[in-house]
Structure formats: C-alpha cells, structure tokens
Ligand binder design. Sequence first.
Ligand SMILES: Cc1cc2nc3c(=O)[nH]c(=O)nc-3n(C[C@H](O)[C@H](O)[C@H](O)COP(=O)(O)OP(=O)(O)OC[C@H]3O[C@@H](n4cnc5c(N)ncnc54)[C@H](O)[C@@H]3O)c2cc1C
Length: 512
Amino acid sequence: MDAVCKKLRIEPSLVGSVRIIRQSLDARKKPQLFKVQTVAVIFCDRNTARRMRAKHKLSPYVFPAYKPAVPGSKPWENPFVVVGSGPAGLFAAYFLAMQGYRPVVFERGADMAERIQDVEAFWEKGILNEESNVLFGLGGAGTFSDGKCTSRSKDPRVHQVLQVFIELGASPDIAYQNKPHIGTDVIRAVISRMKQKIEDMGGKFFFHSPLVGLDVEDGWLKKIHVEGHEPFAVEGLLLCTGHSARDTYAMLALQGIELVEKNFAVGLRIEHPQSLIDQLQWGESSTTLGVGAADYKLTYQDPVYQRGVYSFCMCPGGSVVNASSESGYLCVNGMSYAKRDSGRANSALVITVDVDRLEGKGPLKGLTYQRQLEKKAYELGGGGFAAPIQSVRDFLDNKQGEASPSSSVRPEGQQANLQALFDPATNECFKRALLDFDAKMPGFAGEQAVLVGVETRTSSPVRIVRNESFASVSVRNLYPVGEGAGYAGGIVSAAVDGIKAAEKIMEQYRRY
Ligand SMILES: Cc1cc2nc3c(=O)[nH]c(=O)nc-3n(C[C@H](O)[C@H](O)[C@H](O)COP(=O)(O)OP(=O)(O)OC[C@H]3O[C@@H](n4cnc5c(N)ncnc54)[C@H](O)[C@@H]3O)c2cc1C
C-alpha cells in the first residue's frame, strides 16, 4: 500500500485496497534481482480513479470472474460417471458435485496413502505395481509431479482452478505468481482434501476400479463395465483417463470410438547441479539471494531436419523420477517438493515427433513408438527398472563412459549409451541442440550435465475426437476430457478442460 501511494503520489485515505495480480523476477541486472509486481488499485471513489487513470496512464482491470453454468432442465435417472481422478477428472467431479450432480468416480489406481506406499516401493526396490504408480491413482499424473501451475490460457477458469488449490491448502501466492508452483508434497495433501470435499458434497469414489468396456446402443452409452463391479448404468460418462492408459485407448478403438493420431514429443531428461543453473540465470546462488531455485527455457530449431528441440517441464531443485507404468517398459519424468531444495535441476529435452513419419498405421501408432522407446530404455538400463544414464559429454562423443555419472533417479541409474534409443537423425538433432544450448548457457552441456532416458509421456499421441458439446463424435453421452483426450496438456489445462466438460453436463441436465 505504502509503495503504491508513494508511486501514485496519493493520500492512503483515497485508496481502498491494493491487490497483487502478477509477480515475477527481473534478472537482467543479475546478480541484482528485482521483484516486479503488477497491482490492481481500488480507489475509494470514481473521481479519484478517473484522475489517477489519466495522470498515470493506468489501465482498467477487471478481476477474473467465473460464472457457473445455468442448469438445464433434462431429467436424469442414472449417475454421471467420471473415469479417472487426475486433474481433469477431479475438477469435473468437484464442479459437478458443487452444483448437486453427485458424480461417481471410478479410478483404476489406489487412494493416496496406499499409492504413496506403492510408489515408494517402486523407487526403493524397483517393484512396479502396474495399477498404482506415478501415473495411476488418486490425483493422476499430477500427484507425483513438480506441481507447476502455469498456463498460457486467459480463460477465467484458470483463476478458478488456482482458487480451489488455495482453498484446499496451497499457498495464496500462486494466485499472482508468474510461475506458480505447488510441489508434490503440497499437491498430495490438496488432492486428498479435494476428494474428501467431493464426497462431502455427495460424490462417490471407487478405487482399484478400471473401466474395461462400454455398452453402446444407437449411439448412446447405456452401461459401463468396470472391473470388480456389476455393469453400471450411466447418464453420461466423462472419460478422464490421461495419456498413459494405453489399454483404455485400445478398448476404445475396438469399440469403434473415433480416435486420431496427433504429434507429440519424446526425448531425455537432463540433470545439472542447481548451483550451476542459479549461477547462469541469477549470477549467484539462489540461497544467497534469498529467491527460489532458478529455471530455464530453451528452444532450438534444427536447420537440417526442420525439427524443434526444446526444454520441457523444467524442475528447479527437484529430482528425476522413474515414472514407468508397464512391466518391461521404462520412462522418466521430473518432480519437486514445495521447497525446491534438492540441489539438483532437471528438465526434459524433447524433440517433436511428426506422426505421419512414423511407421505403422492407425491412430495408435504414436503409442507403439512410445512403447518401443520405453522397451529399449528398460533393456539399456539392464532390467529391474534401473534408468539408463550417460554424461552429456559421452552422449556427444557417442560412447559409453567409464565412471557412472551422478543422477537423482531412483531406484538407480545404469551407465549406457543413450544414442542407442533413437535413430541417427534424432541423435544428430539432440547433439546440435545441446551445443546450441551450451552456447546460450555455458556449462549446459559441460562435464556436470547428465542425461537420463527416456522421456516419452510429454503429451498425448492420440485424440479422442469430440464435438463442440464435448461429446465424442461416436457416442453422444461419452465426454472425452483432459490430456488423454488430446485436448489439454498440464495440470491447469487438464483441470480447466474438466470444468468445461462439467459445465456441458450442467447446461443440459437439471440439478439433483
Ligand atoms: C512426474 C510428472 C510431473 C509432472 N509435472 C507437471 C507440472 O509440474 N506441471 C504441469 O502442468 N503438468 C505436469 N505433469 C503433467 C500433468 O500431470 C498432466 O498433464 C495431468 O495430470 C493430466 O491430467 P489428466 O487428468 O488429463 O490425466 P491424468 O493425470 O493422467 O489422470 C488420469 C487418471 O485416470 C486413471 N485411469 C486411466 N485409465 C483408467 C481406466 N481405464 N479406468 C479408471 N481409471 C483410469 C489414471 O489412473 C489416472 O489417475 C507432470 C506429469 C508427471 C508424470
């Protein structure tokens, strides 16, 4: 308030309140960092507001307002079912429950406490539970994630998603931070509370309950088949199964639901000491400066093959996680805790995959390619879910090194030549990109840089085709939602898609 009054040269009595709407760090004069805030000032009267606007060239600001859907009039007999409890499914269920639609949620994986045990057993001993892991279970792929809540969308529902996270325990700062981050520890607690709240509002959850089949008559879904349950009659089904439910895609294809292939990206995780990234970005250690661990974003367009290579899902102060979900197939990802204080920085380094150039036919050929890479990664690691790792220097020299480089991946890393994963053209693109990134950030491809294979689950390689009402073009009351449907990417965008899908239901049907 004081700083705003000083800047506007105005008496505090004329200012009602000041609210931060955006905050970022300016590092152009590093190691001197500046906190840059955009604030909304609410003046006590219109005249002052008008005067201040003219004098200081202030822009009017409208606070993002969410208008809930107006309920329709169609009666309903059977429940609205949400399959999958990732961000898309949870937000769809939350918004349906808030308006009295009492959703039933079927989730193939486990509830939070059991899931955490399963994931820990995997990371400690390499024992994979194919139904309860980093990708499957309450909270979906968002649970063991970095919890970055960034979104490029201007949709007011983005604000709504962050508000729900804040109400359920996330820091209020995420409402205005330029790069909001929650961390896996906080997001786990938030998700558990979200589930409890949905139940308190009349929703129901069933775990260890995978959807395995659909009964469709004349273009309408009548019943669903869920393992461990009797055939279940539904009014509408929100399919929020994420992009890792490969058996679910296969089931949908068999049932004649229209799917199309889509481009995606694959690559490797790159890991550095956080101190190196801090030094490069801030010119000083983030701890000394009292700011959060530094991140980066890098892009490269290969002039020979016309393919983009870029950093993706950068996790400052985090760790590389073994995110496998199938026996004999290995993939990695990145996560962090709220404090981002692991001392390690990692990011995916991925290359675009044009599905038209892949071998094979049909909408699932991108999945086949992902699985081929994951099988090779599993074998390169020597089995037992040791992740194949290599120093960047050895990758550039196309040789398997002697001393094992250090990585945060668990259960362990196994020295390998990661060039064995990809075709020569892809390796060439990665090599040129690494050298380009090293020129932009000296040391990026230096002796402390380590690569871990393989990153395949960046986005969905399939789209479940839907119309403007969010219904599948094949079945009128089947609503493909979120990342697995091919209409979202990331926690916030999947959550927004879930809210929009819930609204489509509410606009048609009357409340309970
Ligand atoms: C390790 C990791 C870190 C990540 N970090 C970030 C990040 O920092 N920021 C960000 O924005 N994004 C991040 N992501 C991506 C983000 O988590 C996803 O984009 C998001 O979770 C997608 O949401 P979704 O609800 O569409 O699908 P998912 O989260 O994949 O959820 C799908 C759910 O459906 C369930 N399911 C699947 N099939 C069936 C079935 N047949 N029957 C019943 N249930 C089923 C699954 O068990 C799962 O719980 C990360 C992902 C991972 C793996």
